[in-house]
Design a protein around this ligand. Structure first.
Ligand code: SF4
Ligand code: SF4
Length: 344
């Protein structure tokens, strides 16, 4: 598979051709400075330079609300499984969000496999968009190594002035390029321009917290009893915003919803949050994480320690959404710095 280029004036045709056959989703400005992944029909609706969207593209892989089963007892017990799925192309996904989808892929392919997720994932075409500079001060993508592309896409677009360098990563991506017939082969000059940009990025993106990445899991282990968790627990409002906007948070609840006739109904899956008090409540009313500080500590450990032990991977992409959205101004980088500063 050879790499390609797309001249910028052809982006609109690219979007329009794709949207004839399937829904095209891309980052779109919402309000003053917020962005959302939304369906588009043309390139002028898309924001190529955008801050991480309010919700990450996980909302298409794992919808906030999805039906798993429908039942009907009127003529004998009939139950059927439901997979809510449609063909989608998601264009313009930053490298941090691609990393988030890679985390979710790992979780839902683990045993027991989640077929609803896996079927949906196979119907989504992912087109990444490399960040050439920082989104804003909340990002910690360099610390997590996600400022550079690490796979997980069908095509990756890199803005190189009046054209995009396009890395073709899968057969699906290659077919899309052939179908649209708008791309040209990349030559050695284009490759040289890409190499220059990647070099420049080395001077722009530096680890945002002064710690060796390999030391992060042991920092969290050592700091399990730190007073810092109590302190941020006092400020936390338990609103769950930080987990809702996180591209790697995947906890859900399953609810049975009978219709009023009590004969038909459905089973649904909805997003849940470890920051909600009832999340860790068990029968008898006991709660494993009654205090807000305990829940905050759990969230951080689920990003920087437990997944490293189980999957050999951080489950923080460095997107900065949790800090950007927190009404109590609980900042992820600041928390890690405070834990380091506290010493042994
Ligand atoms: S967004 Fe902030 S206030 Fe809300 S649960 Fe998360 S840390 Fe607490
Ligand atoms: S923990 Fe925060 S910075 Fe890390 S991936 Fe989740 S929302 Fe992004």
């Amino acid at each position: 598979m050879k790499n390609a280029i797309l001249k910028k004036e052809k982006l609109d045709d690219f979007i329009k051709i794709m949207s004839k056959d399937e829904k095209v989703i891309a980052p779109v400005l919402k309000g003053n400075q917020s962005y959302t992944f939304t369906e588009v029909k043309s390139a002028d609706e898309i924001s190529l330079k955008y801050l991480p969207t309010i919700l990450p593209p996980k909302k298409y892989f794992m919808p906030q609300h999805e039906t798993l089963i429908e039942y009907d007892k009127r003529n004998g017990q009939k139950v059927h499984c439901v997979v809510e799925v449609e063909d989608l192309v998601i264009f313009g996904v930053h490298t941090c969000d691609l990393a988030g989808i890679q985390c979710l892929n790992m979780i839902f392919a683990d045993r027991p496999k989640d077929m609803n997720y896996l079927i949906r994932k196979n119907r989504i075409t992912l087109i990444g968009l490399e960040c050439n500079s920082y989104c804003d001060e909340f990002a910690s993508c360099a610390l997590m190594g996600n400022h550079i592309p690490k796979g997980g896409y069908d095509l990756l677009f890199t803005d190189l002035g009046n054209y995009f360098f396009v890395e073709i990563n899968t057969r699906k991506g290659e077919e899309l390029i052939e179908k649209t017939n708008l791309f040209e082969n990349a030559d050695s000059n284009h490759q040289e321009e890409l190499n220059k940009l990647r070099k420049l990025k080395e001077s722009i993106f530096k680890p945002e917290v002064d710690i060796d990445k390999n030391e992060i899991p042991s920092l969290f282990k050592k700091k399990f009893e730190s007073k810092i968790w109590e302190d941020i627990g006092e400020r936390c409002l338990s609103c769950g915003n930080c987990t809702n906007v996180c591209p790697t948070c995947y906890c859900f609840d399953v609810l049975d919803i009978p219709d009023l006739n009590l004969k038909t109904g459905k089973r649904v899956r909805v997003w849940d949050s470890c920051q909600n008090e009832p999340f860790a409540k068990i029968s008898g009313g006991e709660s494993f994480r009654e205090k807000r500080g305990d829940r905050k500590r759990h969230r951080f450990n689920r990003k920087f320690r437990y997944p490293v032990e189980r999957y050999g991977k951080f489950f923080c992409t460095g997107c900065g959404r949790c800090s950007r959205t927190c009404m109590a101004k609980i900042d992820l980088k600041e928390t890690i710095r405070d834990l380091i500063k506290e010493g042994n």
